[in-house]
Structure formats: C-alpha cells, structure tokens
Design a protein around this ligand. Sequence first.
Ligand code: ZN
Length: 184
Amino acid sequence: MGSAEGEQFPINVRPITTWQFCPYCAGRLEYREVFGRKRLYCPACGNVVFREPKVGAGVLVEKDGRVLLVKRAVPPQKGRWGLPAGFMEWDESPEEAARRECLEETGLEVEITSLYGIYHYTDDFRGPGIIIIYRARVTGGTIHPGDDAAEAHFFGPDELPREIAFQTNRIALAQWKEEVKRNL
Ligand SMILES: [Zn+2]
C-alpha cells in the first residue's frame, strides 16, 4: 500500500492529491485500495475519500416557442451560450439551485414545472459532473443579465447561437429543437 506522499497518481486522481490530511480528524491520508479501487484513505479514523461528480442544476424556460439562453461572462467557455444553470450549493435542493441560477443570471423568477433531463459531462476542467435541467415557466421579474451572464435572450429553434457552451447544452438544445420541430 503506497502512501499519498511521493506516489505517481493516475490522471483521474490528480486533482485531489494535494490533500494530505483527513478533513475529519486531520490524520495523514494514504492512497490505497478500498472498495475496489485506489482511493485516499485515513488510517486514523477510517474515512474513505469518495470523489464525487460536480452537480449542477438549470432551467429550460420557453416563451412563445423560444428558449431562454444566457451568454457566459466568465471562463470556462466565456462568450458562449447556454441554458441558465450553475453548480448547486451543498445545502440546497436541485430545484432551488435551478431557480436561483435563473434569477441570478437572467433576472427572471421561475417556477419549476417538470424534469427535463439529466446530463453527464466530462468537458469541464473542474472535473466531470452531472447537470439536472428542469422545465420552468416565468412567474416574475424582468429580463436583465447578471452574475456570470453577459446577455440573456429568448431564441427560436432556428435562431440558436452557433457558439453553445458545453456538451450538456448542445445535447439538451438539440433535444429541445427536435421536440419543437416535431410538434409544429
Ligand atoms: Zn481521519
């Protein structure tokens, strides 16, 4: 069993190999086989560091056959468009996160109406994750971009911007476009 010190880590472990100490008891972590794969482990208290995917939530909001998109004002993928969405806070529900992100990025208050889809991604340098997209409808506010969004607009299925950020948005918007066309 190797220790966390001086060991060559496979690429998928690298981002947290700067962790040397257990977040629960401050014991020194080791890198060893636990539950079928190599993980950081604390021999002092038995804590296994399970790596988790990042979890994000967002909304698909339609108005007059158009979908609400925001232009990213910050990296990664700055300048590209996507659904209003963002990382969940650790202590909020996905529905709350989706509504909060929409309000922060677009100025629009929304009500969640149904689950639209759950998408896995691997194209963000901060690590792989899933994003939960809800259908939602506007209940208040006025459109005005904020937080990490530079612009917010509604786009028809044939007006979607060419520069879409992240594979999750490209997949969700292709799905939406197909549904809209099918229902015409
Ligand atoms: Zn510990």
